[in-house]
Design a binder for this molecule. Structure first.
Ligand SMILES: C[N+](C)(C)CCCC[C@H](N)C(=O)O
Ligand SMILES: O=C(O)CCC(=O)C(=O)O
Ligand SMILES: [Fe+2]
Length: 442
């Protein structure tokens, strides 16, 4: 029995499927030939354990990494409606019940891809050409390419497009689009403001953060609203200056986003003239920008800070002694891309620098001193005054924050959001679902 699709004019395909008696399925070929101009699609055949793809057109074999795909791997990657749970998108069969020697009993190529009838359970799978072509030319999917737009010291906050921001009112007009712009600013610039946020209470701020994702509960609570009263045992709850740092360095999974909304700052006790600054300026430092400078100016220091794994801790509060699952370096480089992936820097929460035969503590201090010097460069420090109504949200894996000392009662509210929930929300408000699924499933 053979089936032939209509032979249409140029740009279309002719495909023939010939039902192959089991005995000689190995020699089965499904001819797949494109009429007209486009490059010829490969011939598809089955041979011991693999689906073979033979390309005639030299052009299309340029960057091939392989010309065959394992049957078992293909069967495990069947995305048909019975193999993928239609309500949960989870795998809906037991991989390890697939016969290890599974092979096709029929293979049919058409203009959309390749249909495979599997022996044994006679299950039918379909593989679109872009899936097959991708894995013939690549090993694995990669996350979205995001060009980080570094920032440093900046002039007045009023210059066009700076600082990156969205308006509170935009959310009611179009929440998804506004969350998309907000999260994309944070992804590219490292931070963004939401302006014109109501300040009569902290409630609108909390509701705004929850439009990104749920707020992370920590030993500081969830949504935080604090003044310098040492309500909790951390210097954030004081009025002293804090150098540039990332928060929650002591968690295995540091908070992905952090937010600050200054609701009020009053000082009834100080002798200052009205209008004189009460202090409490805010500082942001682009850790990725600083690390790129370090990598250029002192590659050895960059290497030491990315190799020496350190202890981190939060142990000021009674009965709480938090530390991550293992020691972590200040700079974490993604070994598959060689790119900086995360900055973990809070010198007040850092533990003892370890001895090791790779890098001595002296080497680490030398490297950290250079890092600290870069972080404090005027060209790198972005100082500004937080104002009531402006909610700052930043990427705590990239951007460091700090403040100058202040007097009086300075009330700040905000929250932490997990990295994975932030990235999920950024993806779902900036990319089509099918593109996201390709990236995160493969
Ligand atoms: C007030 N708020 C909860 C935001 C911070 C609490 C202290 C954070 C700590 N110093 C750290 O660097 O992780
Ligand atoms: O008070 C500030 O501006 C920030 C304090 C701080 O570092 C924090 O709350 O994590
Ligand atoms: Fe902090």
């Amino acid at each position: 029995m053979s089936l032939k699709l209509d032979m249409l004019r140029c740009g279309q395909y002719v495909a023939r499927r010939i039902a192959v008696p089991r005995r000689n399925w190995q020699s089965h070929h499904s001819q797949f030939r494109m009429l007209g101009t486009a490059a010829e699609k490969p011939q598809v055949s089955s041979s011991s354990g693999y689906l073979q793809f033979s390309f005639h057109n030299t052009v299309s074999t340029g960057n091939l990494k392989r010309t065959s795909l394992p049957n078992f791997w293909l069967r495990d990657n069947c995305r048909c409606s019975s193999c993928v749970h239609q309500d949960t998108a989870q795998r809906n069969f037991n991989t390890f019940e697939i016969p290890e020697d599974i092979r096709p009993s029929q293979v049919e190529a058409n203009d959309k891809g390749v249909k495979v009838q599997w022996s044994g359970d006679a299950h039918e799978s379909f593989y679109p050409w872009d899936f097959l072509d991708f894995y013939l030319r690549s090993d694995k999917r990669a996350p979205e390419r995001v060009e980080a737009e570094y920032f440093g010291a900046r002039g007045p906050q009023t210059s066009q497009g700076w600082p990156p921001s969205v308006k509170y009112g935009d959310f009611s007009a179009n929440e998804t689009e506004t969350v998309g712009r907000l999260t994309d600013h944070i992804r590219r610039n490292g931070f963004a403001f939401i302006t014109e946020v109501p300040i009569e209470s902290a409630e609108p701020t909390e509701k705004l953060l929850e439009k990104i994702a749920f707020i992370r509960q920590t030993h500081y609570g969830g949504f935080y609203d604090f003044i310098p009263d040492l309500a909790l045992a951390d210097t954030a709850y004081t009025n002293i200056a804090l150098g540039a740092h990332t928060d929650t360095t002591y968690f295995t999974d540091p908070a992905g986003l952090q937010a600050f909304h200054l609701l009020s700052h009053t000082d009834t006790t100080s002798k200052k003239d009205p209008g004189e600054s009460l202090g409490g300026q805010s500082l942001l430092v682009d850790g990725f920008h600083a690390a790129s400078i370090l990598r250029k100016e002192d590659p050895k220091a960059f290497e030491v800070l990315s190799r020496v794994k350190l202890p981190w801790h939060a142990s000021g509060n009674k009965g709480i002694t938090i530390s991550p699952d293992k020691p972590y370096p200040v700079l974490e480089v993604d070994e598959s891309t060689g790119e900086l992936h995360r900055v973990r820097w809070n010198n007040d929460d850092r533990g003892v620098v370890p001895f090791s035969n790779e890098h001595s503590p002296e080497e680490w201090y030398k490297a950290a001193r250079k890092w600290n010097e870069i972080l404090r460069r005027e060209s790198i420090e972005y100082w500004f005054q937080l104002k009531p109504g402006n909610l700052l949200v930043f990427d705590n894996w990239r951007v460091l924050h700090g403040r100058s000392a202040f007097t009086g009662v300075r009330r700040i509210c905000g929250g932490y959001i997990n990295r994975d929930d932030f990235i999920s929300r950024w993806r779902n408000t900036n990319y089509p679902r099918d593109e996201i699924l390709k990236r995160i499933i493969g």
